[in-house]
Write a protein that binds this ligand. Sequence first.
Ligand code: MLT
Length: 247
Amino acid sequence: MPNLPALVLVHAFPFGPAMWRRQMTAFPGWHVVAPPLPGFDEHPRLDDPTMDNYARDLLGTLDKMGVERAVFCGLSMGGYTIFGVLRQAPERVLGLILADTRTSIDSPERRAARERSIALARTAGPAAIAEEMIPNILGETTRRRRPEVVEEVRSIITSQPGETIADGLLAMMNRPDSAAVLDHITVPTMIVVGDEDTVTPPSDAEFMHRRVQGSTLVNIPATGHMANLESPDAFDDAVRSFLRRIV
Ligand code: MLT
């Protein structure tokens, strides 16, 4: 579909492209792609997993797909990856959707928790990681009222290999601060956050919104960190109205 504008959906940790299942068909008139990051869905792992290497790998995948320029939409680790794309190849970015993500680095406590999770991923595997993560990444409302979303999240997480999960944790815990990247963004930008997101809370979204000139901020009610899975209708509506501003 070379004549349609491209929308690249970049997945969160430790999800893989399956988290974008609904969004793949939600934006008629757009060539929507959701490439796997290293190690996910049998995409080769990297010897040196860093967020900038994930970004390089993503750009290589897009080259192979013939996607030169695109609107990039990343959720959480997908956003961390897009900050790497903005450092390496800003000319490929037509517009930005930064969902449930942040530019700051991990606190010492968060780094220590990552180390424990790396050991857990290697010894106990993805099911243990899913148990650990679900209470944090899904909003209170979703956990109480949307059991089917809880099950979907568990099934996507447990389909990924433990080594891929360990790599992702390592890449995230060593990621650089990306706040300075925000000052150079000149393309249309929308920032999205679930109001019950405790991993990358609304204060992180407000920080990015203040720092990216002309950006818009969309707050999705009764929704946690996984906005596109927890409230797909509101998420897709926000993306559709943003995309209308681009073409
Ligand atoms: C994600 O959702 O991609 C991760 O949970 C983000 C993080 O742990 O920093």
